[in-house]
Structures are given as structure tokens and as C-alpha cells.
Design a protein around this ligand. Structure first.
Ligand SMILES: Nc1ncnc2c1ncn2[C@@H]1O[C@H](COP(=O)(O)OP(=O)(O)OP(=O)(O)O)[C@@H](O)[C@H]1O
Ligand SMILES: [Mg+2]
Length: 366
């Protein structure tokens, strides 16, 4: 690709990157993605799907077998990690235990020809940024897990990298700290305008933080788009089931465009244009389904199925109902309170939803 000069910094492109490890294992295959300067992009996917390999190929810790890594229009594929100016946060913090917090943060600045005063100023700024101003003289073991993670963030941000790479940075934290750090990371991203590339296997974290999500499956990009794109318009059953909860009715698409499912014919949107004869899943989100009060409550534009209540939970603002259908399909639905019929465990009920709220998708389950 031609070299270009750009006023914006922090654009990352992967062009058909493949990494085959010496053992013959394919880490990633034909990964193409484009990250705009300032964007928050999350690499999401199950264990072993290629997220770390992708991040390491961008950082320079992994050399692609083929394909190119482009930073702001410049091909950096053959460049050493320290020449790429990416900030990196590792899952295990990787702090030096015998050094103070200040020394840990300053570490990345050495060898850059900076004066002591300048180093002190930059370290102070970075510790400010993660709200650890008064912790500089401590050692890592004198900090909590969340504070150590902030130090790792400060160390990666201290030299103002145009791109910050984070590999499961919250993986080791408990739920409450995770939630707090999510808010911190979102704030840092807003304040700095730096490109953030974030790896997680937690779909709710990905939905909450990202401008865009890149979903990986077995070393390939399964789907990329905004959180809403992936949640509302999944292009495969894998994507639908990996993000958020859903019910999948499986069957074959008929000539008339309905899905021939074991319990009857169902209708749904077919945004990917699957042809008749395809084996598909009709995927429906829990918030789109409701318990029907009776025959009169179901309109012509709705699908209806029957099942037995196997799970019933009161969750404050809404209730959650699980059902098992005759063909063993498991349905999960969520309803806001209001004018909804009462149901009890073991009841036989009808569940309905608008046909346009179900999406027909292909491929295997997540
Ligand atoms: N250094 C390596 N040598 C050989 N195979 C590797 C190496 N690193 C990763 N792999 C393999 O490449 C594939 C992708 O691994 P990768 O670490 O990128 O997955 P991941 O999505 O980050 O998973 P996790 O969520 O478990 O961290 C896996 O099959 C893995 O076993
Ligand atoms: Mg990984």
C-alpha cells in the first residue's frame, strides 16, 4: 500500500493477515479490518478464536505469515514492536514488583532521549490520568488489583501513543472492579481521543464500551459492526447467540419464505437473502417475545408457539420466563411489568412475537 501523510493519527488497517504458527496451528486467517483514528474497537470471540494473535500482529509481537499491518497509511508489518509506538496493556499487568509505581510508569520512556524533568512531568500526568497521583512511591504489591491495572494503563499511556492496545485488561478483576474500570476506560477514551483496540471474550463488556465490535470465530472475522448492528442484525447464528440472549428455532426455508420448524411454520425477516431450501435458525431476542393472554391477543403479523414454563424469575423492573417446547426448543423471554398475564411454573402457555422481530440466519450454533 502507498505511504500517505495524514493529519489524523491512530488509524490501523489489517489487510488479509494470516498467521500460521510454527506448529502448523492457524492463529488467524485472512483477517481484514480497518480502525479509524479515535475509534474504540473491541475484538470479541471465544477462547482460541484469534483475538490475541490479531492484537500481537498489530503490536509487532507476532509476524504475519502473509498480509500487511498498516498504521496511518504506513506499512509497519516488518517493524519491531518498539518502533510502532503502540501502547500495550497485558492481561496480567506485567508490572515490575521491585520498582516503585513511578519507576514502572517511567520505564517505557527510557531510551527516548528525554530529560529527567520531562520524564517526571509525563509520569505525573499519566498517574493523574488514572487517578493515582499520590501512589507514585509505592510498590505494586502495596496496591489493589484494580489500582495495579490502572498503573498498567498509565504505563501504556505515558508516551501518548496514537493507539492503545489492551488484551483482556479487566480479565483478572472481580465484577464490581470490572464495572468501575469499564467506566474509567470509557472516560479515558473520551478525554484522550486515542484509538482504543480492546480484547475481551465478555459480550456485555463489548456492547457497553465499543464504537464497533469485531467478532472472531476460529481465526476469522465472523461479523464486524456497531454493537447495535451485531445485536439487531446478526448475519449468522453464531453471532446471534454469542451476543446477548436469544431463542433459536431451527428448520428449512420453504418456497413461500416460511421456516418449516418441527412445531409448525414460522415467519421472520430474511435480511441476508437466504434462498429456499437453506437450513436456517430463526433467532428472536427475549425482549421481543411475550406471553399471549389468549387467541384474541395474537395478531396476524405475529408468530405463536406453545410451551411449558420451566423457569420464572422476578427481576425488579421485569420478569424473565423460560419455556420448553414440545420439540425441546428452549425459549427465553423477558417482559416489562404492566398489563401482562400471570403465569406459574409448569403452566402451558402461548408465546408470540412480531414476525419482523425474528431474524433468519445460517451457520452453526455458538
Ligand atoms: N505461540 C503460539 N504457538 C502456537 N499456537 C498458538 C500460539 N499462540 C496462539 N496459538 C493458537 O492460535 C489460535 C488463536 O489463539 P489466540 O491466542 O489468538 O486466541 P484468543 O482468541 O486470544 O483466545 P483467549 O480468549 O483464550 O485468549 C489458538 O488455536 C491457539 O492455540
Ligand atoms: Mg487471548
Amino acid at each position: 500500500m502507498a505511504e500517505t501523510t495524514s493529519v489524523l493519527r491512530g488509524g490501523v488497517d489489517l489487510a488479509r493477515v494470516t498467521k500460521t504458527y510454527p506448529s502448523g496451528v492457524v492463529g488467524i486467517e485472512d483477517v481484514t479490518l480497518s480502525v479509524r483514528p479515535g475509534e474504540f474497537v473491541t475484538l470479541l470471540g471465544p477462547s482460541g478464536s484469534g483475538k490475541t494473535t490479531t492484537l500481537n500482529a498489530i503490536a509487532g509481537f507476532v509476524t504475519p505469515t502473509s498480509g500487511a499491518v498498516i498504521l496511518d497509511g504506513r506499512d509497519v508489518t516488518g517493524l519491531a514492536p518498539n518502533k510502532r509506538s503502540f501502547g500495550m496493556v497485558f492481561q496480567n499487568y506485567a508490572l515490575f514488583p521491585h520498582m516503585t509505581i513511578e519507576a514502572n510508569v517511567a520505564f517505557g520512556l527510557h531510551g527516548r532521549g528525554l530529560e529527567r524533568g520531562e520524564i517526571r512531568r509525563l509520569v505525573g500526568e499519566a498517574l493523574d490520568l488514572v487517578r493515582l497521583q499520590s501512589y507514585g512511591a509505592r510498590r505494586p504489591k502495596e496496591l489493589s488489583g484494580g489500582q495495579q491495572q490502572r498503573v498498567a494503563l498509565a504505563r501504556a499511556l505515558v508516551y501518548h501513543p496514537p493507539v492503545l492496545l489492551m488484551d483482556e485488561p479487566l480479565g483478572a478483576l472481580d465484577k464490581r472492579l470490572r464495572d468501575q474500570m469499564q467506566v474509567e476506560i470509557a472516560r479515558l477514551h473520551r478525554d484522550l481521543g486515542t484509538t482504543f483496540l480492546f480484547v475481551t471474550h465478555d459480550q456485555s463488556e463489548a456492547l457497553a464500551l465499543s464504537d464497533r465490535i469485531v467478532l472472531f470465530r476460529q481465526g476469522r472475522v465472523e461479523q464486524a459492526g456497531t454493537p447495535e448492528d451485531l445485536y439487531m442484525r446478526p448475519t449468522s447464528r453464531f453471532a446471534a447467540e454469542f451476543l446477548g440472549e436469544s431463542t433459536s428455532f431451527t428448520g428449512r426455508l420453504t418456497e413461500s419464505g416460511t421456516l418449516a420448524w418441527a412445531g409448525g411454520e414460522l415467519r421472520g425477516a430474511n435480511p441476508n437473502g437466504a434462498p429456499a431450501g437453506s437450513d436456517l435458525a430463526l433467532v428472536v431476542r427475549p425482549e421481543h417475545m411475550r406471553v399471549a393472554a389468549g387467541d384474541a391477543d395474537v395478531s396476524a403479523g405475529e408468530n405463536r408457539v406453545f410451551g411449558r414454563v420451566t423457569e420464572l424469575a422476578y427481576l425488579g423492573s421485569h420478569r424473565r420466563i423460560g419455556l420448553r417446547l414440545a420439540d425441546e426448543t428452549r425459549v427465553v423471554l423477558e417482559e416489562r411489568f404492566g398489563d401482562v398475564p400471570g403465569v406459574s411454573f409448569g403452566d402451558e402457555v402461548a408465546v408470540c412475537w412480531r414476525t419482523e422481530d425474528g431474524v433468519l440466519v445460517g451457520g452453526g450454533a455458538a
